[in-house]
Design a binder for this molecule. Structure first.
Ligand code: URA
Length: 214
């Protein structure tokens, strides 16, 4: 059993908050366990709760469509939520519920090690980039140190459901989404530069060692 599958089993058995008493299924998340991109929404809705899968309702359909825009498939990325159990009546998760579920999300991130975390909506953004306005943050990539994870790049987007209900956000969300491949490339390029610098540093120390020998 993979490390991720084991984690998934643990999440399914979780009883850390009372949401498990009212939901039908735990929705841990799904996708590629080695994904470069991890999408994080707020919490399961009615359909997600019924099927035990994230983003399978109307918002999910729109998310799939946008993933297609960057020439990827749902199976290429990982999709998770801040809380894994549906809050009754689709209300926002309470701070203590998000807090109880936080260690699971941290473990998911540490296991999957995505290059980029894309937050969907202001609640998901708030967990990683607190006290910011989504109207200012959307479509911007930011690197932040997160306790328990280390340095991580985040990219905040409007929630697909918000874009479905507010037509004017639809185009904004699509425009932001299409920038994701560029953000990934920038992360990769920076890593390569760092690797080159490290290789130079290693070569120098090797030369220095030789100097010392002769
Ligand atoms: N909205 C979310 O935030 N997550 C889901 O899984 C579905 C809808």
């Amino acid at each position: 059993m993979s490390r991720y599958k084991k984690l998934e089993e643990e999440m399914k058995a979780c009883r850390k908050c009372h949401l498990r008493d009212t939901c039908l299924n735990v929705v841990p998340g799904e996708g590629n366990e080695k994904a470069e991109i991890m999408f994080i929404g707020e919490g399961p809705g009615e359909k997600e709760d019924k099927l035990g899968r994230p983003f399978v309702g109307a918002a999910g359909k729109f998310l799939d469509e946008m993933i297609g825009l960057i020439e990827m498939k749902r199976e290429d990325v990982f999709i998770a939520n801040i809380v894994k159990c549906r809050p009754p009546g689709n209300r926002d998760p309470l701070p203590e519920e998000a807090e109880a579920c936080w260690p699971w999300l941290l473990e998911q991130i540490k296991t999957i090690k995505p290059k980029l975390i894309v937050t969907l909506g202001r609640h998901a953004m708030e967990r990683f980039l607190p006290n910011q306005k989504i109207s200012q943050m959307h479509g911007m990539a930011l690197r932040r140190e997160i306790t328990g994870i280390g340095k991580q790049v985040f990219y905040a987007l409007y929630h697909p459901a918000a874009a479905l209900y507010q037509g004017s956000l639809r185009e904004t969300l699509k425009t932001d989404f299409k920038k994701i491949p560029k953000v990934l490339k920038a992360i990769e390029k920076e890593k390569n530069i760092k690797k080159e610098v490290q290789m130079d540093a290693d070569r120098f120390s090797e030369e220095n060692k030789q100097e010392a020998l002769f």
